[in-house]
Design a protein around this ligand. Structure first.
Ligand code: EPS
Length: 376
């Protein structure tokens, strides 16, 4: 299976094209549209989401509601479609594609930024939501949530932080989903922790809004019940962790990806890092085929192959580069100093990016499962 997207932020719409999806699968369009609606939400979103009502139309690859095995294409209309009349951007925004893209392609900034826009992720969410549905039918659950906004963690009470780290590993997918779906920041905190954490997040976003600034954050995605044996050590580009890193890093504004202990592994001794192996006959029919771990510092992947533990991925989103109080830039025509252009934008799109990351992880796992020689 493979997928691609097409479309521009203010063009006619966005397209997701999926090849190699299994035949005979009943596609739940409402579930895909639910994910598209979630992507449009979350605290800190800008004005565009008041205009759009993202929904898919399935153009090809479907017969009587079921996939046919032929290429599927999903179409999402842009209501705010005005690419040809949108004003030119003459002052490239630091942190955005504007400068490097215009130099490379020899075009004005407008057509470059229109394709680079994070609106493209609507198409990825649609494709990923289909993948997630298919995984669900095999008992696999992929759930993305927001861990933190801006520098909120630096003032987080140490005891509460430890309590959260302990309980998050005990949550099953349905508990995680119900917490996440009840939060305007798409977090996974218990009610008692959420109250002060989300107040802090709101304060950070509101402060950035007032200051004409923007904020990023930290996202986590967990994939439960992925069978042992997905991915392969035999070739570098078959490694599941490598595929995950590439696909998550390809999401707009993501600057860091880690799996399991991730960067903290660098300062951890081997004896504390690696997850001791046990065997329990009673778990033989579960994802781990009985080979259980009490810890999961590997984040569910060893040697590029899933080991039956929950796959745990985190990614860091940078603050969006379009800011009401802009940084210094140049004038693209005269090369003289000026301020970067400001256009309508989000102040914080971390909750939306958690929806994107969840669905991108789902399609990455499904691709690996379907394309894997080992047919787990
Ligand atoms: C987005 C729509 C865009 C931006 C955002 C993502 O809307 P507009 O540019 O019309 O206000 O809010 O795009 C970016 C963050 C970006 O870097 O371009 C969406 O639907 O997700």
């Amino acid at each position: 299976m493979e997928y691609r997207t097409a479309g521009e932020s203010h063009g006619r719409g966005l397209l997701a094209f999926i090849e190699g999806f299994p035949s005979g699968f009943l596609i739940d369009v409402d579930k895909i549209n639910f994910e598209l609606r979630r992507r449009q939400g979350g605290y800190g979103r800008g004005g565009r989401q008041q205009i759009e009502a993202d929904k898919i139309e399935i153009l090809t690859g479907i017969w009587q509601g079921k996939s046919t095995g032929a290429p599927l294409s999903f179409w999402i209309v842009n209501k705010d479609s005005r690419i040809d009349s949108a004003p030119e951007i003459v002052n490239p925004r630091p942190g955005h594609v504007d400068l490097a893209g215009a130099v490379k392609f020899g075009l004005p900034i407008r057509p470059i930024m229109e394709r680079a826009s994070a609106r493209e992720t609507a198409a990825r969410v649609a494709a990923g939501a289909l993948a997630n549905q298919y995984l669900e039918s095999k008992g696999i659950a992929v759930v993305g949530f927001v861990r933190s906004i801006g520098d909120a963690d630096s003032s987080w009470d140490e005891l509460q932080k430890r309590e959260f780290e302990r309980e998050i590993d005990l949550l099953d997918p349905s508990e995680l989903l119900s917490r996440r779906n009840g939060s305007e920041f798409y977090t996974a905190f218990s009610d008692s922790i959420a109250a002060n954490r989300e107040a802090k997040f709101r304060e950070i976003v509101d402060d950035a809004t007032l200051g004409g600034d923007s904020v990023g954050g930290l996202i986590e995605i967990r994939a439960f019940n992925v069978p042992i044996g997905i991915g392969s050590h035999t070739q570098w580009n078959q490694k599941l962790d490598a595929k995950i890193a590439m696909n998550i890093m390809s999401i707009q504004a993501i600057k860091g990806v880690e799996i399991g202990l991730g960067f903290a592994a660098a300062k951890t001794r081997g004896s504390k890092m690696h997850d001791p192996i046990g065997y329990d006959e009673a778990q033989k029919s579960s994802a781990n085929q009985g080979y259980y771990r009490r810890t999961n510092n590997a984040g569910g992947i060893e040697g590029g192959i899933s080991n039956g533990s929950t796959i745990v991925v985190r990614c860091a989103m940078k603050p969006i580069p379009t800011m009401r109080l802009p940084l210094k830039s140049i004038d693209w025509n005269t090369k003289k100093q000026s301020n970067a252009t400001y256009e309508r934008s989000d102040v914080c799109a971390v909750p939306a990016a958690s929806v994107v990351a969840q669905n991108v992880l789902a399609i990455t796992i499904l691709e690996a499962m379907l394309n894997d020689q080992c047919k787990c």
